[in-house]
Write a protein that binds this ligand. Structure first.
Ligand SMILES: [Fe+2]
Ligand SMILES: [Fe+2]
Length: 325
């Protein structure tokens, strides 16, 4: 996928990844060192050793000096993710929407490190853990679901797109009556993996603002097969998740890609993912077009209910996202 996924270019080659200061809570012992990195020309400086907690004054000083980012060793991403799970979940002072926003911000560094590594197992681990966290934050709190569209970011950066599709898929599954946490968690993880194959598409094509050539279109379509190939041998990836990756561009009438599968052949989780994917694509700012108004996007889905998308799923989605529609 494109270079846009790397929020901090300094992290790309250093073995360190950027984390938001906002995600660190006072007096918590961390089992990873924290680094400052004042500018791209300088070297990282050890700011705080592991197990030596920051207090309120440290955090306030950092923020007052304009330091919003610290760095941790990439090898410690998993510890950071676990720390966040503990902190974000247990902090009752955070409003549900703040918790949701923090969760996304906090997991960005872990995602980027896993994504850049090119190791499918690391992406699966990330997706499982993040999917579980998201499920707990989103479905446990009606506040987030009630304002789902307004609490989302609407840029079309890779991480935003994947987390949006994940959140929308979880919400739609929940609204459709899927309540088993294991199944929702699996759908969440599958949604996070759905476009993994875009790693193999050159950024120049992904970010192109002009019309795509037929060859370029073919290259983009190839992301589905590339994603399938990356995960098909992974024992910890379920069949439904694999189908979310492989079939999220298929349409009920057989006019989708990669193979033109039709209604019954498309896995229900892939049908959920298809709606979430298109909805996010159309409501986000993309390199070549501004976002469409929400009402137009809902109309687009309704016009294609039963032909492209599962009619019941579209009905449910439209009703919940815009009850007056
Ligand atoms: Fe896709
Ligand atoms: Fe997508």
């Amino acid at each position: 996928m494109s270079a846009e996924t790397i929020s901090d270019p300094k992290s790309a080659t250093s073995g360190l990844v950027a984390i938001a200061v906002e995600t660190l809570m006072p007096r918590d012992a961390l089992d990873f060192d924290l680094y400052l990195w004042p500018s791209a020309d300088s070297s990282p400086l050890l700011y705080r050793e592991a197990n030596y907690p920051l207090d309120e004054t440290d955090l306030e000083r950092l923020l007052s000096q304009g330091v919003q980012t610290l760095y941790i060793p990439a090898a410690k991403c998993r510890s950071y993710q676990q720390y966040l799970r503990k902190v974000v979940m247990r902090n009752s002072r955070l409003r549900p929407t703040q918790r949701f926003s923090l969760l996304k911000k906090a997991n960005r560094a872990v995602f980027e490190s896993a994504f850049r590594s090119g190791v499918p197992t690391r992406m699966v681990q990330f997706a499982e853990e993040f999917g579980r966290q998201l499920w707990e934050v989103v479905c446990d709190r009606d506040t987030v679901l009630a304002h789902l569209f307004s609490v989302m970011d609407h840029d079309y950066l890779t991480y935003t797109h994947l987390t949006n599709v994940c959140t929308y898929s979880v919400a739609l599954a929940h609204w459709l009556g899927i309540t088993r946490p294991g199944e929702i968690g699996a759908i969440a993880a599958g949604a996070l993996l759905h476009d993994y194959g875009k790693r193999h598409v050159p950024p120049a094509i992904l970010n192109k603002t002009d019309r795509l050539t037929p060859t370029e279109r073919e290259i983009i379509r190839g992301h589905v097969a590339a994603g399938f190939t990356a995960f098909c041998m992974q024992e910890d990836v379920q069949w439904g998740q694999l189908m979310m990756i492989y079939q999220h561009h298929e349409r009920l009438n057989g006019r989708g890609y990669l193979v033109g599968a039709t209604a019954e052949e498309i896995h229900p989780w892939a049908k959920i993912c298809a709606i979430a994917d298109v909805f996010d694509a159309l409501t986000s700012t993309r390199p070549y077009r501004p976002p469409d108004p929400l009402a137009d996007v809902l109309e687009y889905l309704q016009e294609r209910a039963g032909s492209d998308f599962d009619a019941e799923m579209v009905r449910c989605w439209v009703m919940k996202i815009c009850p007056t529609n």
